[in-house]
Ligand binder design. Structure first.
Ligand SMILES: [Zn+2]
Length: 553
């Protein structure tokens, strides 16, 4: 049956549609051109705004640390229960929502995809099983490498780039991942040997490998394997005053290969002023405009209670004294990496928190190209994703932003240029930064646009001057052509797809990986690799996104 959505102002930046009135058509979950014959069902969307479903490029929605965060924050579940609905299960949590509630809440905000950015290899099976329980939205995961024992050994022994590429490709296939993430490259390994910091050119205590070398090797591997999404990079020295120098050095370390900097707000700090903590957002924004190979997501913080959940054990151990409420977890996982949970309450009356808030907004507003900056709160690290409508209003409404600015710590108001920035995001720019651009940087061919052949993921909003209200409860959300939410209420819960990449590799690498597993890992090489059959049995529908042909740079 063909469905027509008639008369909305359509924002489809990938296809150059910039708010013109258009009719949209889809059939069997896929967008089609205007049909010659009749349609089976029609929605009158006159006066409304339609966009592709939104895509969250970086949100902690599954895996070991998400579950540990739920365990740590039981009071959060008690305080925010969600009752069973006609189409939905009960659940709870805001910063640490249950799997089901995560899917419902994203759909209620007009989102149709979210990506787990820190899957530990040995936890991939569990993470995928949890994602199978996330209703409605598409998902996928970036695999954490860069502190895993075997990669560090390969680099330390001078292995050729081709062997590193084979290892990375094998890992992506074995764990059904969409991309590669590196977290505090080398630093988590160093933490296990009692280091409390690792500078970009400092040799790690066990293997003598520097973070710069890890970034070089992985950024190049991802490019040469033809994986669409650049190396997703959580730089060293998260949260430390002056860390912008590390961030800029990390850009240099990529040597022109594509690089995505994640939660850049936490990596944009200088040391100026009496308090030795200042905004370096302008420096990073300049670097982004000078380096066309670089994209970033912001990781905006919002004031209120949340929990930080990170693979960066070194940073989380450092922050444990700031835990609010006062409890925390830091742990090591196999020979793969680490994980740490620290509850956090960001306060507008706290100078550092207030300036962090302003730094995130400066990044959004100073980076001119909306195709290269993505809207995230690093859920739940900066704030729960439910804050997105509020964040969109901050970006689109200067007088609202300036009113909020007046309520933060006075010294932070003095330390930011935010009040002098006149830019307001347009609806087209919101459609780029939350839809078209994330789909493009992730290589999702059928998402983030509304041209023929695209998935019929469509969010429809009533245009309101108050952009927070507008984006908080879309009038309609269609997922693969199914009306899944209306006025922010979930009506149906179909399962979304799991996006993966399947780059080629030379099977000779398996002997080396097998021998390493046999000697060092607590489970067998034969059991590590996820089979398509077991993932299908768990309800996952894998969608392999094409890689470019493998090549040597
Ligand atoms: Zn994150």
């Amino acid at each position: 049956m063909i469905t027509r959505l008639a008369g909305a102002r359509v924002f489809d930046p990938a296809n150059g549609v910039r708010g013109e009135k258009r009719d949209l058509f889809f059939e069997d979950g896929v967008m089609i051109a205007a049909p010659a014959g009749g349609v089976g069902r029609s929605y009158d969307l006159g006066g409304l705004v339609a966009m592709p479903g939104a895509i969250d490029i970086h949100s902690h929605i599954a895996g070991g640390k998400v579950n540990l965060a739920r365990l740590l924050m039981t009071e959060e579940h008690r305080s925010a229960p969600v009752a069973r609905g006609a189409a939905t299960r009960s659940g709870g949590g805001v910063a640490t929502p249950s799997c089901f509630v995560t899917g419902y809440r994203y759909a209620a905000l007009g989102y149709t995809a979210a990506f787990e950015p820190a899957m530990v290899p040995s936890n991939a099976r569990s993470a995928h099983l949890e994602m199978a329980d996330l209703p409605i939205i598409d998902k996928g995961a970036y695999l954490m490498l860069g502190n895993d024992e075997l990669l560090l050994r390969l680099i330390a022994s001078g292995a050729e780039q081709e062997r590193i590429n084979d290892y990375v490709a094998w890992m992506l296939n074995a764990t059904a991942s969409l991309g590669i993430k590196t977290v505090n490259p080398g630093g988590i390994s160093a933490f296990k040997f009692n280091a409390r910091g690792l500078a970009i050119d400092e040799s790690g205590p066990q293997h003598g490998v520097t973070p710069r070398r890890i970034v070089q090797a992985l950024a190049r591997a991802v490019f040469e394997l033809g994986v669409p999404h650049p190396l997703h990079t959580h730089c060293n020295n998260l949260g430390i005053p002056g860390n912008v120098d590390t961030t800029l050095a990390t850009i240099a370390a990529a040597e022109g290969f594509p690089l995505h900097l994640t939660h850049a707000q936490f990596h944009s700090y200088g040391t100026e002023g009496d308090r030795r903590f200042s905004s370096a957002a302008a420096r990073l924004a300049e670097a982004v405009s000078r380096n066309p190979n670089v994209t970033l997501d912001v990781g905006q913080i919002m004031f209120g209670q949340t929990v930080t959940a990170s693979g960066d054990t070194m940073a989380q151990y450092r922050n444990r004294g700031l835990a609010s409420p006062d409890k925390w977890i830091v742990m090591d996982i196999e020979c793969d990496g680490g994980c740490g949970l620290v509850p956090f309450r960001y306060r507008d009356s706290n100078f550092v928190n207030a300036l962090q808030w302003a730094i995130g907004l400066e990044l959004f507003l100073l980076i001119e190209d909306p195709w290269r900056v993505f809207l995230t709160t690093d859920h739940p690290n900066g704030a729960p994703f439910t804050c997105y409508p509020h964040l969109i209003r901050l970006l689109m409404d200067r007088s609202f932003r300036n009113d909020c600015l007046k309520s933060i710590h006075p010294a932070a108001q003095q330390a930011t240029t935010l009040g002098s920035i006149t830019r307001e995001y347009t609806l087209e720019e919101i459609a780029i930064t939350t839809r078209a651009a994330p789909a493009r940087i992730l290589g999702l061919a059928g998402c983030g646009h509304l041209g023929p052949g695209a998935c019929a993921d469509i969010a429809v909003y009533a245009e309101e001057a108050d952009r927070e209200r507008m984006f908080a409860a879309p009038r309609y959300l269609f997922k693969s052509g199914v009306e899944v939410a209306r006025h922010g209420e979930v009506l149906a819960t179909p399962a979304g797809a799991t996006h993966v990449v399947r780059p080629e590799f030379d099977r000779a690498i398996e002997a080396e990986i097998g021998a390493f597993f046999h000697q060092h890992m607590s489970f067998g090489f034969e059991h590590f690799r996820l089979s398509e059959g077991e993932l299908a049995d768990a309800g996952l529908r894998l969608l392999a996104q094409p890689c470019r042909p493998r090549r040597r740079a």
